[in-house]
Design a protein around this ligand. Structure first.
Ligand code: GLN
Length: 307
């Protein structure tokens, strides 16, 4: 396994020059774009790592998976999907076009508008401290903290998300003020994880919501089923379709360079590669996942025996 990971990372490093870090959040723009790390977590929590798998970076949009899961646990399926749809948007993650023109609620919980709507409802349900505590559990990583610098940097450059939040408010979708909703949303985006933490989280989802080491149930299986399906259809924004065809593994990306992938019943995979493509997905990270999918036979619809 380690050899396969090392090869993928070595080759992936070569294409990190072709992408860009997320400079619309200045603190993310400053990150070295040559970083590339992968971690695969299997069995009862056995970690296989290569490259920069222990470097901390902010979780960004991958937190949308956690917020959706907690909303489903606390508010239930009906109430949650009253405010946000479950269809891929086909637009960029920070778009507000469809929300303004053709729909009265966000397309799905994996784009900014959907996650801000969910955050506004979570504000009334659960404290940020509780969310941090639960994120540590889900990621099997007690060292996750709020990255104050990235949090500040995003809060100081929040205009676009503020525009989305006001549009949501005008449509009656927010349950709390624009300020409270955005503060909760940006805090969740600013949690510092590693590729290894994401791999741990991936294994919890691959195991149907059970903690791989303690055996404790962290999420209901129906919640995990819903979350994984939405990751497959919407997790890579307007790159979700091609990614599903090529990799065939439910995944969620973030502009910090992370990707969380779930190979059902088998493993969790975490990626850190802050050099992004034009859609905001880790460029080399997607390369590594294409390689792993083909070598380790991970595509959920492939007929490997029949080939
Ligand atoms: N915090 C980021 C934002 O709202 C998250 C976006 C992302 O990771 N795609 O713009």
């Amino acid at each position: 396994m380690e050899n396969i990971l090392d090869n993928a990372v070595q080759n992936g490093k070569k294409i990190t020059v072709l992408g860009k870090t997320a400079s619309y959040i200045p603190e993310l723009g400053r990150v070295n774009k040559e970083y590339l790390g992968v971690c695969v977590c299997t069995g009862n929590g056995i970690y296989h790592k290569s490259g920069d798998a222990d470097v901390r970076f902010t979780i960004q949009s991958i937190s949308k998976v956690i917020s959706l899961a907690v909303a489903l646990e606390r508010c239930g399926f009906e109430k949650t999907f009253d405010r946000v749809g479950m269809e891929p948007s086909g637009d960029s993650f920070d778009s507000l076009v469809k929300l303004d023109l053709t729909s009265d609620y966000p397309s799905n919980p994996m784009i900014n508008s959907g996650a801000i709507a969910i955050a506004s409802h979570l504000v009334s349900e659960v404290s940020f401290e509780k969310m941090l505590w639960f994120t540590r559990k889900l990621c099997v990583d007690d060292d996750i903290t709020l990255d104050e610098k990235v949090y500040r940097s995003e809060m100081d450059h929040i205009s676009r998300n503020k525009a989305i939040a006001y549009l949501l408010e005008s449509k009656g979708i927010l349950a709390n003020s624009v300020e409270e909703s955005l503060d909760f949303y940006v805090r969740m985006c600013s949690l510092s994880v590693t590729a290894a933490s994401l791999a741990g989280f991936g294994l919890v989802l691959a195991s149907g919501g059970i903690h791989p080491v303690t055996g404790e149930r962290l999420l209901h299986s129906r919640v995990v089923q819903t979350v994984k399906t939405i990751m497959l259809t919407c997790g890579m924004y307007d790159g979700s379709g091609r990614f599903a065809v090529e990799v065939g593994v439910p995944s969620k990306s973030g502009v910090g360079g992370g990707i969380l992938s779930v190979v059902d019943k088998r493993m969790g995979i975490g990626i850190f590669g802050p050099s992004l493509d034009e859609k905001g997905n880790s460029l080399a990270g997607q390369y590594v996942l294409r390689e792993l999918s083909s070598i380790l036979k991970l595509h959920m619809f492939a007929d490997y025996e029949g080939e």
